[in-house]
Design a protein around this ligand. Structure first.
Ligand SMILES: N[C@@H](CCC(=O)N[C@@H](CS)C(=O)NCC(=O)O)C(=O)O
Length: 220
């Protein structure tokens, strides 16, 4: 019997990735809210399970794992349920991981709350400079994904089968929309996003359908 708990926050794109993965693997889990709005990620008791003070963190039978890509790979290897999130072909598997890493390593960190807080509060950047920063880094990341997937995409990033690449891309598109980033030239990305949002696993994981979603943002 597996006991899965996910420490996460409704609007966090990294949490959204893992919620998608859990839904795609048909896994039930307890949702433990960690409010980034209230700084709960930096409280001492949470830092004991996640030393860097970020969400998500997975607790599987009392064993804690952080980093959404590590969690994704772990769940895919441990559970035979649902779909396999990485192709078996080594080249395609590397391409899927390439998309995940463009988002995970080279895009999301530059839009992370702690980075924006530092830029705004310590470096006193203006709202216009902040927007320029976000457009540059999110725009670059999503455009790079567009170039990588354009030769492979079907309904999803790689053909018509959902992979981990989709679980990472769709939350990044959500953030791009939230921050008013122009990604209108990324036609393949937008098509994949539209398809994924019709998939029940992606719908269940959506930031505006979670137990900690504020009432004014809730959708059905
Ligand atoms: N690479 C980590 C990033 C985790 C992370 O930093 N998540 C953000 C939310 S999207 C966070 O918790 N930020 C807290 C902060 O910036 O203080 C992952 O993929 O899990």
């Amino acid at each position: 019997m597996s006991d899965l708990k996910l420490y996460n926050f409704f609007r966090s794109s990294t949490s959204y990735r893992v919620r998608i993965v859990l839904a795609l693997k048909n896994l039930n889990y307890s949702y433990v809210p960690v409010s980034l709005s209230n700084g709960e990620q930096n409280q001492e008791n949470y830092r004991k399970v996640n030393p860097l003070g970020g969400v998500p963190t997975l607790d599987h039978n009392g064993q804690f794992i952080s980093q959404s890509l590590a969690i994704t790979e772990y769940l895919d290897e441990v559970f035979e349920t649902g779909i396999k999130l990485f192709p078996t072909d080594p080249f395609l598997k590397a391409k899927v991981r390439q998309v995940c890493e463009i988002i995970n390593a080279d895009t999301h960190p530059l839009q992370n709350l702690k980075v924006l807080n530092l830029l705004e509060k310590d470096f006193k950047i203006s709202p216009e400079q902040k927007q320029q920063w976000m457009q540059r880094w999110i725009g670059d990341g999503v455009t790079a994904v567009e170039k990588v997937i354009s030769n492979y995409a079907g309904d999803y990033c790689f053909g018509n089968q959902v992979t981990a690449a989709d679980a990472f891309l769709i939350p990044q598109v959500f953030s791009a929309t939230r921050f008013n980033i122009d990604i209108s030239s990324c036609k393949t990305v937008l098509r994949v996003n539209e398809n994924a949002l019709k998939n029940p696993a992606f719908q269940a994981a959506h930031p505006y359908r979670q137990i900690d979603t504020p009432a004014d943002l809730k959708i059905v």
